[in-house]
Design a binder for this molecule. Structure first.
Ligand code: FES
Length: 83
């Protein structure tokens, strides 16, 4: 099972956070992809401690990506497949 974690934390008082920068949309997009890939699991996580660099996405056993956009998801999935 391959696992990708997505920070969906939203910090109070307007502080920088992954959710404020669109990570919930990223998580939903990955979850939609996972519907057709039974060996792929998507986990929504609270803060990864890099809020200023979000949205943050981590391939378990692989890289941590910062500033992730929808356009980057296929590249992340390809790199994960190459692991
Ligand atoms: S809010 Fe995502 S790393 Fe802190």
């Amino acid at each position: 099972m391959k696992t990708i974690t997505v920070c969906v934390n939203r910090r109070l008082s307007g502080q920088a956070s992954c959710a404020a920068r669109g990570s919930e949309t990223l998580a939903q997009a990955l979850e939609n992809i996972a519907l057709s890939q039974p060996d792929l699991r998507i986990m929504r996580l609270p803060c990864m401690g890099a809020c200023e660099e979000g949205p943050n996405v981590k391939v378990v056993g692989g890289d941590l990506y910062h500033g992730v956009t929808l356009a980057m998801l296929q590249k992340i999935l390809q790199e994960m497949d190459a692991m």
